[in-house]
Ligand binder design. Sequence first.
Ligand code: ZN
Length: 483
Amino acid sequence: MKPGIKSRMLFMMKRKLRGSLPAALCAWCLVMSPGQAQTIAPAPQPVPPPPAPALTPSQIIPGTSQGTAPPTPPPAPPQARLDKVSPLGTKPDWSRLQSFHQTLTRPEFEAVMRDVYSDNSPLPPPWTLDPDGVVVKTGDPLKPETRIGFAATRSNGPLPGTRTWRRAAELPPLKGRPPLSDVHIALDPGHIGGGYAVMEERYLSFAPGEAIQEGNLSLITAQVLAERLKALGAYVSLVRDRQDPVTTLRPSDLVTTARQLLAEAGFPSPQENYNDLTGDAKILTVQWQSEKLFYRVSEIQARAQKVNDTIKPDVVLCLHYNAEAWGDAAKPQFSPMNHLHVLVNGCYSLPELEQQDVRFEMFYRLFSRMHEEELPLAESVANGMRAATGLPAYVYTTPNARRVGSNAYVYARNLLANRVYQCPVVYLEPFVMNHEETYRRLLNGHYLGRTLTAGRLQTSAIEDYVRGVVDGVLAYYQKNRPK
Ligand SMILES: [Zn+2]
């Protein structure tokens, strides 16, 4: 094997364990595996990506060797590749897609795949189109394909009973009631906070005796926001209402899975605990991986179960605060950057789609037409947030996100939360917590009016956040629901 290829394979294995982003591009989104990113956090040590050798077709698609490819390990057979499930994921019930038979036209399917769900990779996806339907590879050897037929003409969408959420247009007429009457909004405060903030790498302190924690800030934001939305008539549920996990699992329950993931990535004898380790050495320990499985994967799956089976809202708003690289958590660095973006679900990569649960969830969202509600709502919320915070738009330079729609603040990205919550999800990422002025504003917590911060009178960042969401949500429902 050429040394260049070997080093790239090692890099890809590390990246799979650590994050889907090339670390040098955005040190940030730590991910267990593709499609499980939650939000942004400092990476311990950026790993410069080695120069990428040209991949030959035979390395990607078996049986297409031109006889000039360097010797490489044979790729897994397609069926085996497509049989994988994401960490802690479960095999889907593919028959559920049959409810969507003949509900979407082929032009509608092709347009939304191109504009929202695809990352526009030239590689062939694990499905094919025939004149009247899409044939999806399931990964199940007993029933390797499932086919969803297209409708001949545009219909009004899935049959009643195939979803629990309602579009704004489907709500009862207001008839003079408060403007958000009947709307069921679930607020999902990102992360856990409290005693878990250090473990989940969401604890930021620039001086002894002071700190902000994203999980605490998101919970306060949700609590203030809930009261404002209720005052406008909405029914509001909190997916998390305290600084405790929703999942009943803990890192110690996930050690075996962590070991398996490390072994599959080529590290069969990992170190147990990270103690004073940093960078890749820390990431490649059983402790770090089992903690990540706990707060990033198991926690989101538990919230999804709560959202899908109990809360059943019309929309979920995932509330986060962003960050730029802050380096060593014991000696963090301020960043001059401060920005805002809003995420919808989309931009699936081929490695993500090779996992059968991820593939199923994308098709489930697509055929449910969640994007038809999610994208315009996200655009309206982005407008409200831009006006309330005055923040510039964050610009992604990495392939894991893409612009979608017409609003410069809105990107599509495949995150675990916005994929597995089975309703429209608007995922907010305002403010850079380690921007110095923002950090000082956030230290002041939530307040009304202005207070002297960093030498001038400033509003509460939390209050601006709340006001932006309220204005955006209100504008959307006022425009789209029956009067
Ligand atoms: Zn976050």
